[in-house]
Ligand binder design. Structure first.
Ligand SMILES: NC(=O)c1ccc[n+]([C@@H]2O[C@H](COP(=O)([O-])OP(=O)(O)OC[C@H]3O[C@@H](n4cnc5c(N)ncnc54)[C@H](OP(=O)(O)O)[C@@H]3O)[C@@H](O)[C@H]2O)c1
Length: 333
């Protein structure tokens, strides 16, 4: 049994880790941190977990996490770096859900406008692309929610080197913005609306460049995010303009082949957020256009886009089957 710690257990990805890890047969959550709720029972903050956990929040000091085999850092970017090096130095393996270790140091500092005081080399935790490196890693940088669906929708064609340009158009539920209410997430500002934001300059773009550019350095990428008035899910339409005439049957076979060993990627005829809700699946569907191929992907941002993928990474790091604790159907309807 692996002992698990969660730094940032009072937030959305923290509570999703708690929900999913309860069902994991090889993992036991032994320490969950919150600075503002230290000493309070977990279920006081997360009443939906009442009866499943009887432990209380602790402060995020190293001494409270010392017995852990793995710690998840589910905290904002710029904050994970305050904890990760101390955990690694104490011999604890870390899966960071923030952006702090996803990019190269110089790129991170320029994109996030922060000095990275505590940089360590990490593996980008997209298991479908980096499974072997994750297995050997002490520090996994869990991908951003948007990049997960975007990268998976374009990776097979990027690997084949045939993309001229890809335009990612993504729509996310509001939990992507975290638990703290803001003017942006205020109900009257988002309900009955689809709100584009950071239309040409979202920071997740750089993860797409890093990962897809790793396959095909000269491909051009555009990305526009939007929020829709739902809690969970990210739907992406990747408009992929090719260097050659699209042959849809061949492309579909290419995707099926690329993801043959990837349990959590399902090539479907169509995608719906309601077909992946609450689950670790990324569904993909491929459509032929006159001038392009459209690849749609659907994920639950809190599961495959965050905590589920983090547990998939933990499974790989600890030598478990990647499906352990995550092999259940989505919540439909
Ligand atoms: N939400 C998503 O869909 C999603 C998807 C992928 C990745 N992510 C990333 O995952 C991370 C967590 O996201 P989230 O949505 O769970 O955020 P959240 O709901 O805002 O929760 C973050 C938690 O971090 C804790 N925290 C803040 N500063 C801290 C510090 N210096 N030391 C220790 N704990 C600190 C806070 O708890 P206390 O104040 O109680 O200590 C807070 O509850 C972020 O980096 C986010 O970008 C989120």
């Amino acid at each position: 049994m692996a002992n698990i710690g969660i730094i940032g257990g009072s937030g959305y990805t923290g509570s999703e880790l708690l929900r999913l890890l309860y069902m994991h047969p090889e993992a036991e959550v032994v320490a969950v941190t919150s600075r503002k709720l230290e000493g309070k029972k977990i279920w006081k903050q997360h009443p939906f977990l009442r009866g499943f956990y009887d432990i209380s929040f602790v402060s995020p000091e190293l001494k409270n996490l010392e017995g852990c085999d793995v710690v998840f850092t589910a905290v904002p970017h710029g904050k994970a770096m305050q904890h990760v090096p101390h955990l690694l130095d104490a011999g604890i393996r870390v899966i960071d859900l923030s952006a702090d270790y996803r990019l190269k140091k110089e790129v991170y500092e320029s994109v996030y406008g922060l000095r990275h005081e505590a940089y360590r080399k990490a593996v980008y935790g997209l298991p479908e692309l980096h499974g072997d490196e994750i297995r050997r890693s002490e520090l996994v940088a869990n991908p951003g929610c948007y990049p997960t669906g975007c990268i998976l929708s374009a990776a097979p064609l990027a690997k084949a080197g045939v993309i001229e340009r890809v335009v990612f158009d993504s729509k996310s539920g509001i939990t992507g913005a975290g638990i703290k209410p803001t003017e942006f997430t205020h109900y009257p500002n988002v309900h009955e609306a689809v709100v584009p934001y950071r239309v040409t300059d979202h920071r997740h773009y750089y993860e797409m460049v890093q990962e897809l550019g790793g396959f095909q350095p000269d491909l051009k990428i555009s990305f526009t995010p939007q929020v829709f008035p739902g809690s969970r899910g990210i739907l992406t339409n990747a408009h992929i303009f090719l260097r050659e005439e699209p042959d849809i049957k061949k492309i579909r076979r290419m995707y099926e082949e690329f993801y043959r060993e990837c349990y959590f990627v399902r090539v479907q005829d169509e995608v719906r957020l309601s077909w992946v809700r609450g689950s670790n699946f990324c569904d993909i569907a491929i459509f032929a256009g006159e001038d392009r191929v459209v690849v749609s992907s659907a994920i639950d941002n809190l599961v495959k886009g965050a905590s589920g993928q983090a547990i998939q990474n933990m499974n790989i790091m600890l030598g478990f089957d990647e499906k352990t604790g995550l092999d259940f159907p989505p919540l439909f309807p």
